[in-house]
Write a protein that binds this ligand. Structure first.
Ligand SMILES: *[C@@H]1O[C@H](CO)[C@@H](O)[C@H](O)[C@H]1NC(C)=O
Length: 409
């Protein structure tokens, strides 16, 4: 297998997840008022139970046409909706990895391990959009790469140009959402952001620069940080709040921001650990529009994402209770990493079942991106990288073909 060392390390280090308890455009630079009006006039009558903030998260996206709200669940009178389309999440796709390769859980990201997905990554996104109707890609990148290893420094123009090519490729492919993901585990070379390592200002500086670049690009979502772990959640929530303030004040008023909790973002640990700390994070206007919780969930026995076999769809243990909490609190979550063996019968069963549940609960699950494609070889255990077909075109991995595409079309 041509799996890079970085990939193995990255997944290997996710082992601590098993310590988590199992139960555990509208106006680009506005707060999307026109969008909100459209959304309300179109949907508010059929989802009267939705809280304002859940509704406004959707309103912050002008891509709600990609999905049909689940009227069967929330309508007080289903008979007026005679032929509702099958419910589905608004955003679905995969990770286009490579600019993060080599990052380990201590936030060490050797620049030499970076493996840009390049044109192949762009071709994959084009394929996923045009052949499969997927619409969302998460684009992991290391912090060190963006600033050329200079903590607190300006974004390096050469490195950023290479990354931005992938971002622009995502947009040009026709994606509705392209997620910028800083893949650093809340760390820089072993030090925790705002907790003895880099200062909040170092991190805010990075995000202010990124937000200023993309503040008029409606397809961009800001994934503040991949898989924080082993830190003080109270302090981390303050860091997140400062980053949200910085992103909004850079003019990115309506872009979706993904808020990651601790415990490697494990969805199974969110309610017990992160929820109480993260739910108070607000926009400068005091609302929570566009602020979406970022969760990960792998379906193998230790939830590490290192094994081909899946043991559960995690619906009863994780996704149903989380949906209940999100609904009660008028919030949404995005599952930005999930997956299983590319062609394993147990994963074909459980990932399909999980995706179906997310679709049925699209009032609280905004979307998901699988792990992973991009620079991963087609032989990587969790590969979602399509096979190159002789002649032209690409052929999807069985898991993508059977579980992700059909439910999202
Ligand atoms: C977006 O960022 C640019 C700098 O790239 C800045 O000039 C502009 O004022 C920002 N937009 C808003 C609405 O703040």
């Amino acid at each position: 297998m041509k799996v890079s060392v970085g990939i193995v390390v990255m997944k290997a280090i996710m082992v601590p997840q098993d310590l988590q308890p199992a139960h555990s455009q509208c106006g680009q630079n506005s707060l999307s008022r026109p969008c909100q009006r459209i959304y309300k006039s179109r949907y508010s009558s059929i989802i009267p139970g939705h809280s304002v903030s859940a509704r406004s998260i959707l309103a912050s996206s002008n891509h709600f046409q990609y999905a049909t709200p689940s009227s069967s669940i929330t309508s007080p009178n289903p008979t007026i909706h005679t032929t509702p389309a099958a419910p589905k999440v608004f955003y679905a796709g995969t990770n286009i990895a490579g600019f993060d390769f080599g990052c380990d859980t201590s936030g060490i990201c050797p620049l030499g391990s970076i493996t840009p997905p390049g044109q192949h990554g762009i071709d994959q996104m084009t394929h996923f959009v045009s052949s499969d109707n997927l619409n969302t890609f998460r684009l992991p990148v290391s912090w060190q790469y963006l600033v050329a290893d200079t903590l607190g420094g300006p974004i390096n123009s050469e490195n950023f140009a290479a990354y931005d090519e992938l971002v622009q490729g995502c947009i040009a492919a026709g994606a509705a959402l392209c997620i910028i993901d800083i893949h650093n585990y809340a760390r820089w070379n072993g030090g925790i952001v705002g907790q003895g390592g880099p200062s909040d200002n170092d991190f805010i500086g990075l995000w202010s620069q990124l937000a200023a670049v993309y503040n008029d690009t409606e397809q961009i979502a800001f994934g503040i940080m991949n898989e924080p772990h082993d830190l003080s959640l109270g302090t981390w929530a303050e860091t997140l709040q400062a980053v949200v303030n910085a992103i909004r004040s850079a003019g990115a008023n309506s872009n979706i921001i993904l808020l990651p909790g601790s415990g490697y973002c494990a969805a199974g640990g969110f309610l017990d650990d992160s929820a109480a700390f993260l739910k108070g994070i607000q926009n400068p206007d005091g609302g929570t529009e566009g602020l979406v919780f970022d969760v990960h969930q792998y379906l193998d026995f230790d939830h590490s994402g290192r094994h081909a076999e899946c043991v559960s769809d995690m619906i009863d243990a994780v996704f149903r209770p989380l949906a209940g909490w999100l609904r009660e609190n008028g919030r949404m979550a995005f599952l930005s990493e999930t997956g299983g063996g590319s062609d394993d019968p147990s994963c074909l069963r459980y990932v399909c079942s999980m995706v179906q549940f997310l679709n049925q609960n699209n009032d609280v699950y905004l979307g998901f991106t699988g792990w992973g494609a991009g620079s991963f070889s087609t032989g990587y255990v969790l590969s979602q990288t399509p096979y190159l077909t002789t002649g032209s075109g690409m052929t999807d991995q069985p898991l993508v073909k059977q579980c992700i595409i059909p439910d999202f079309r």
